[in-house]
Design a protein around this ligand. Structure first.
Ligand SMILES: Nc1nc2c(ncn2[C@@H]2O[C@H](COP(=O)(O)OP(=O)(O)OP(=O)(O)O)[C@@H](O)[C@H]2O)c(=O)[nH]1
Ligand SMILES: [Mg+2]
Length: 222
């Protein structure tokens, strides 16, 4: 199936140019959605022949929504620009959609392993939050997911229009899986390894975004 890869990126100049180049071998189209980076990465990407679109300045969710709208593939993969996701996993993410077995496929770090799950309080809280949200989803929809929050995932392009995504921040992945299950779409997982980001700083503040995640959960669970 014709596959687009959407990479949201804000000041990821240390990794995004090489990543976009490496991704080309695994898909038909690469789109970097830039968050008004000030590190010169958009110009370097364009020089390298990569399609760059600008986000609306509202956050990662806004970037993902714009990337999904701009993508021309029958399947769209989303992945981080920070080197934490392996382009070699793209084909495994797309395969269940190509086989007609799934509409949304999430890369599962519980089965693929993760360098990120380090013994820090931040990672403890993030892992706990992921497990909590995943169990709420499993209880509500009778699913058996183990990692509902990974941003490394593939979605059937025809399904995107049914979802009406609105989240502007990191809660876009939660909104996507909730709305997909509510509409009766098939959600599955494949193992995918997550590496610690190779450079730069995380944009996800657990303290600031917890209310955003809870609001998104309450808004979309029923
Ligand atoms: N275009 C755009 N991209 C963003 C924005 N915020 C974050 N991103 C990108 O979205 C991806 C995910 O953000 P991260 O900061 O890596 O969040 P995370 O993966 O939860 O945190 P880490 O553990 O540090 O990797 C990265 O490629 C970011 O550069 C934004 O406002 N606009
Ligand atoms: Mg990341």
């Amino acid at each position: 199936m014709r596959t687009s890869v959407v990479i949201p990126s804000r000041n990821e100049g240390a990794t995004v140019v090489a990543l976009a180049d490496a991704v080309r071998a695994h898909c038909d189209e690469v789109i970097v959605v830039d968050g008004h980076s000030t590190d010169g990465s958009p110009a370097r990407l364009r020089e390298a022949g990569v399609t760059v679109v600008e986000d609306g300045g509202l956050g990662k969710g806004d970037a993902i929504r714009r990337g999904l709208a701009a993508a021309g593939g029958e399947v769209i993969v989303t992945m981080d620009a920070d080197g934490s996701h392996d382009p070699a996993d793209i084909r495994a993410l797309v395969a269940p959609i190509g086989a007609g077995e799934a509409d949304l496929v999430i890369g599962c770090r519980m089965r693929g392993g993760s360098d990120e799950f380090a013994g820090t309080w931040t990672m403890f809280v993030r892992l706990w939050g992921n497990n909590f949200l995943t169990q709420v989803i499993n209880t509500r929809f009778g699913t058996a997911l183990t990692d509902s929050q990974n941003g490394f995932r593939a979605i059937r392009a025809a399904a995107v229009a049914q979802l009406g995504l609105r989240e502007n921040r990191h809660s876009i992945e939660l909104e996507m899986v909730l709305r997909a299950l509510k509409r009766g779409l098939r959600v599955s997982q494949v193992p995918a390894h997550e590496y610690a980001r190779k450079a730069g700083k995380s944009s996800l503040s657990v303290v600031r975004q917890t209310p955003t995640f809870l609001r998104c959960l309450l808004r979309n669970i029923w």
